[in-house]
Design a protein around this ligand. Structure first.
Ligand SMILES: [Zn+2]
Length: 99
């Protein structure tokens, strides 16, 4: 089974849990709350990859431009894989512009 990262809404702890994609969310090991949200790691990785491909001295404008170029593609890929609802819930930053 794949390993997912979750963030607990009640205590803000991030934890890892192994379970199937369509299973109900696991409970938080810290406080027992089931009000948890899966963290999709692709998003920060993409941002990091963008910085790496542009170099350490990339300006904010360059990053913003790259973000505007890459994000719709990534979003499209995730939507086709996970569905629109899941992406909106788990990766709201993909709807935003780079800041
Ligand atoms: Zn918790």
């Amino acid at each position: 089974m794949p390993l997912y990262d979750y963030r607990c809404h009640a205590c803000d702890k991030v934890f890892e849990a192994r379970h199937r994609f369509d299973d109900p969310s696991p409970a938080c090991p810290n406080c027992g709350s089931v009000d948890v949200q899966r963290v999709i790691l692709a998003v920060p990785l993409v941002t990091k990859g963008m910085s790496a491909s542009l170099g350490a001295n990339a300006t904010k404008d360059q990053l913003r431009e790259k973000w505007a170029e890459e994000t719709p593609k990534l979003r499209e890929k995730l939507v086709s894989k996970l569905g629109e609802d899941t992406v909106n819930r788990n990766a709201p930053t993909l709807n935003a512009t780079y800041d």
